[in-house]
Design a protein around this ligand. Structure first.
Ligand SMILES: [Zn+2]
Length: 71
């Protein structure tokens, strides 16, 4: 149930794109996304015809840069 010593190894977060579990660890280079695909979708690569996302209206939040991608 609860523990006073959280293990930082297997932290998962909800992927911002697909809301699925995404491993939040250095081994997941796409964190906080679950995969490259979800990350690219969030970055807007879907518009390049490279990634097809049927039935997914996308609203770009340009005011909120992804973590680690601040300019
Ligand atoms: Zn995802």
């Amino acid at each position: 149930m609860s523990t006073d010593a959280p293990t930082p190894r297997r932290i998962t977060v909800n992927c911002p794109t697909c809301q699925g579990p995404a491993l939040f660890a250095p081994e997941n280079r796409w964190r906080p996304f679950c995969s490259e695909r979800c990350r690219m979708i969030d970055l807007g690569a879907w518009a390049n015809d490279e990634y097809v996302v049927p039935g997914q209206p996308v609203e770009a939040d340009d005011d909120i840069p992804p973590e680690g991608m601040r300019h």
